[in-house]
Design a protein around this ligand. Structure first.
Ligand code: ZN
Length: 316
């Protein structure tokens, strides 16, 4: 079973993805973006949030949901340090001695001992190298096309003040000024997850974890995206630049095989996705499910419906 979610959210005065600091100036991530204006294509630069950033937040929440379901998470991932089993030193914590020339055993040991590396993939870069592709995918979050020209980045001036008066040391600046480039946009992004890949060896296609364990891992993966969207706990600088805005819309497609919703950067993405799904259902005679926040439904109601549907199908 494959799940694809399109998300739209409004974020005013956000600093969700900062890329570099030059002196006292922190820059927001920006990307070139093609838009159509008066029948002509042109490139503009817009604020963006990387898929890496969204993926990191998702994995943090996956750690929490996995632990709530008593699932294994390795000590590095538990600390939200997702360099994973990248070399012998880290792998040794999971399997010791490290099996020589046995990719299957290495992959199996990692999957068994850490849900985050099972679901989020890893790259063991030694001899032999072992690579596991992530079961989930995140796009960048980019401004909605039709209103992308209104997306902005703008530096805001802030100051930190040092103690003044009797306690003042000579030579210490009384204040330090700094600029944070804030973005304002209505963003869209896509999240996909292949539930069939969880707990399954990518080398042999066989289950590495028992059925109950696989179901729980899938459940944790879905609860993590639910939490991420409802809490808006993604991106940087939330403590002082928590975006003013909301998750506005979600569109969720549940299919038997990989399928991706039409990107929410397009205005008609819900209708387009529905049309495309209908063709899939007719052509392949497959069951599909599509739910959206169109109408009165909240994103949480949609996400709960997604989890209940998957539960009814005995997938989790
Ligand atoms: Zn881990």
């Amino acid at each position: 079973m494959f799940i694809s979610i399109g998300v739209r959210f409004e974020a005013n005065v956000e600093a969700l993805n900062m890329v570099e600091t030059a002196g006292n100036y922190s820059k927001h991530r920006r990307v070139p973006y093609i838009i159509e204006e008066d029948g002509k294509l042109k490139t503009i630069y817009v604020p963006a949030i990387s898929g890496e950033s969204l993926g990191h937040a998702y994995q943090e929440l996956l750690v929490k949901e996995s632990k709530a379901l008593n699932l294994p998470v390795c000590e590095d991932c538990e600390k939200f340090e997702f360099f994973k089993s990248m070399n012998k030193n880290y792998l040794k914590k999971k399997i010791n001695p490290v099996p020589k020339d046995d990719k299957k055993k290495i992959e199996e040991a990692i999957i068994k001992s850490c849900v985050i590396e099972d679901v989020g993939g890893f790259l063991y870069a030694e001899k032999p190298p072992v690579k596991r592709t992530s079961a989930f995918q995140f796009s960048y979050a980019l401004p909605i096309k039709s209103i992308a020209v209104y997306a902005t980045t703008e530096p805001q001036l802030h100051a930190r003040h040092a103690q003044t008066g009797e306690g003042k040391k000579e030579g210490v600046a009384e204040q330090m000024i700094y600029y944070v480039e804030t973005g304002t946009a209505v963003y869209g992004f896509t999240f996909n997850i292949d539930l069939d890949a969880i707990g399954i060896s990518s080398l042999t296609n066989k289950a590495v974890v028992d059925e109950d364990g696989i179901k729980k891992r899938r459940e944790a993966s879905l609860k993590a995206i639910f939490r991420m969207l409802s809490s808006q706990q993604f991106g940087a600088k939330l403590s002082r630049f928590f975006p003013v805005g909301n998750i506005m819309e979600v569109a969720i497609a549940i299919t038997e095989h990989p399928f991706s919703v039409t990107s929410p950067i397009y205005d008609n993405y819900m209708e387009k996705t529905e049309k495309r799904l209908k063709v899939i259902a007719d052509t392949f005679r497959e069951e599909i499910k599509f739910m959206t926040t169109d109408g009165e439904k909240t994103p949480e109601e949609c996400l709960a419906e997604m989890i209940n549907y998957v539960k009814d199908k005995n997938i989790i």
